[in-house]
Design a binder for this molecule. Structure first.
Ligand SMILES: Nc1ncnc2c1ncn2[C@@H]1O[C@H](COP(=O)(O)OP(=O)(O)OP(=O)(O)O)[C@@H](O)[C@H]1O
Ligand SMILES: [Mg+2]
Length: 256
């Protein structure tokens, strides 16, 4: 198993946002996470990515407990999370954002030498490698023609796709996506669907939160449903979405 989450719990004061959650992810899978607002989806992904520290439980990645590691070390292990609303710099171009996202490569290649590269410029060979990686990822995320556009000029779908491309340039083995389809129109969702399938073909395992049953229902092999921080159903996505407790959690008992 690639990722094994055992009895994960996160409390904020008196509120238990994630309660005793256990599930696993196998290499190459697309896993969906469903659940109504406030059910603990984002908190779960933030715990996995090291953005939050668990109150209890463990996160085991390829047999190693990573639950106490900070986010940059978790990313170095190959787990990267994208945000629901990527925080972009409107006046920087798409390519410049991708350069910023390459910090892990630069750190790996130069170590402390990266401080000197600020004054002396980046070594030409590394510069070429990064440019190739960036071009490849922009191509994969259908953003190649937007390379030199300022982020402020992108559509909302373009902004979110840039967030995915920035995560992907860190070369994750597992990409955690928080509501990548929210706020997107039909064509943008179809585009996102095609990009995510391509990422899987390139060997990336995906764990995706979304409310859009059509989008994630088609895409995810397996799903987990959360309610009040606890797992209420797991299994094949179609079965999870048809599960009575899941329907009730979304619609309320009366409407279910
Ligand atoms: N930093 C925090 N401090 C205190 N409470 C928090 C914090 N982050 C989340 N919570 C609370 O934890 C619960 C779960 O929040 P979370 O953001 O994980 O839900 P979600 O399933 O992602 O919801 P949504 O669908 O609205 O994005 C909510 O009650 C939320 O208010
Ligand atoms: Mg959320």
């Amino acid at each position: 198993m690639l990722l094994d989450i055992r009895n994960l719990t996160k409390r904020f004061g008196g509120l238990t946002a994630v309660s005793n959650v256990s599930f696993g992810i196998e290499r190459g899978e697309i896993i969906g996470i469903f659940g109504p607002n406030g059910s603990g989806k984002t908190t779960t992904l933030s715990l996995i990515a090291g953005i939050l520290v668990p109150t209890d439980g463990s996160i085991v990645w390829k047999g190693k407990d990573i639950s106490a590691l900070p986010p940059f070390e978790v990313a170095q292990h190959g787990l990267v999370k994208t945000f629901q609303n990527p925080q972009l710099f409107p006046e920087l171009t798409v390519a410049q954002h991708m350069r910023i996202a390459c910090h892990l490569h630069i750190k790996r290649a130069l170590g402390f030498g990266r401080v000197w590269s600020l004054f002396r410029g980046m070594p030409a060979e590394l510069n070429g490698t990064l440019t190739r990686k960036i071009d490849q990822m922009l191509e994969l995320c259908r953003l190649a023609d937007k390379r030199n556009e300022e982020a402020g000029a992108l559509s909302y779908g373009g902004e979110k796709m840039l967030g995915v491309a920035m995560g992907m340039v860190c070369e994750p083995e597992l990409l955690l996506l928080d509501e990548p389809a929210s706020g997107l129109g039909h064509d943008e969702i179809m585009n996102l669907d095609a990009v995510l399938r391509d990422l899987r073909t390139h060997g990336v395992t995906l764990c995706i939160i979304d409310h859009k049953v059509g989008f994630l229902g088609r895409l995810a092999d397996r799903s987990i449903a959360l309610h009040h921080g606890a797992v209420i159903a797991t299994g094949k996505t179609a079965d999870v979405l048809a599960n009575e407790a899941v329907v009730e959690a979304y619609l309320g008992k009366k409407h279910a």
